[in-house]
Design a protein around this ligand. Structure first.
Ligand SMILES: Nc1ncnc2c1ncn2[C@@H]1O[C@H](COP(=O)(O)OP(=O)(O)OP(=O)(O)O)[C@@H](O)[C@H]1O
Ligand SMILES: Cc1cn([C@H]2C[C@H](O)[C@@H](COP(=O)(O)O)O2)c(=O)[nH]c1=O
Length: 212
């Protein structure tokens, strides 16, 4: 008798600007998927492995000019390379669904679009970092007043990137919408207004074609 191979899990990333509810929804969506009998691993970027969490501190703490734009993009990609190999790939291979709070599209939108490096250039360094390891589905949460929620949560002490000016965050938002328009098979825009439960229901609906 031959052993059955474990079916590979699905890789889902939640994306969007500051304070749109990604971390809240990773937890809620994980719970909803577990209730359907799925094994779920929750993770985040930058971070998600020991080395990547160290890089997170380097990226998010300290003065705005601690890193120039290229060094910043490369540090995000380095953290991601470690995260994929140490956490994401083993979980997918074991059959788990991986829910990731931000992934490569944050680099495309923040460093590529808003940061001025160019989406294609940042995609190229990330292709080197992660190979074909793009998510099966990326859900971008859209909320008009996300920055206000983030400010209330952070009590006006944002991190090195969250504290950038409003026009930077507007450019992030535009870049996310352009990514969604360019990759409709992988990327879905999701309305993040309303109650926590209403948003979770929209996210589950946006995964309907992937669910067993
Ligand atoms: N549906 C909702 N209605 C009202 N408040 C919400 C909702 N979802 C999340 N929040 C609150 O909004 C704030 C931001 O949420 P959260 O930290 O999940 O966002 P985020 O997208 O992960 O933010 P960031 O990218 O800045 O880390 C939190 O205080 C959270 O409790
Ligand atoms: C993955 C990733 C993140 N960022 C930025 C976006 C946020 O300002 C911070 C992360 O903070 P969070 O509270 O955990 O959301 O980092 C980025 O600029 N580029 C990236 O690739």
């Amino acid at each position: 008798m031959t052993a059955q191979a474990t079916p590979r899990g699905k890789f889902i990333s939640l994306e969007g600007g500051e304070g749109v509810g990604k971390s809240t929804q990773v937890r809620a969506l994980a719970q909803a998927l577990r209730e359907r009998g799925l094994e779920v691993v929750e993770t985040r970027e930058p971070g998600g492995s020991e080395g990547a969490e160290r890089i997170r501190d380097l990226l998010l703490q300290g003065a705005e000019d601690r890193w120039n734009a290229r060094a910043e993009a490369l540090l995000f990609a380095a953290a991601r390379a470690d995260h994929v190999v140490k956490t994401i790939e083993p979980a997918l291979a074991a059959g788990a669904w991986v829910l990731c709070d931000r992934f490569v599209d944050s680099s495309l939108a923040y460093q590529g679009g808003a940061g001025g490096l160019g989406v294609a250039e940042v995609r190229a360094i990330n292709a080197f970092a992660i190979g074909n390891g793009f998510p099966d589905r990326t859900l971008i949460l859209l909320l008009p007043d996300g920055n206000e929620r983030a400010a209330a949560r952070d009590r006006d002490r944002p991190d090195r990137i969250g504290g950038r000016p409003a026009d930077y965050h507007q450019a992030v938002d535009r870049a996310f919408r352009e990514i969604a328009a360019a990759e409709p098979e992988r990327v879905t825009l999701v309305d993040a207004t309303g109650t926590l439960e209403a948003v979770t229901a929209r996210l589950v609906a946006a995964l309907a074609d992937l669910l067993p």
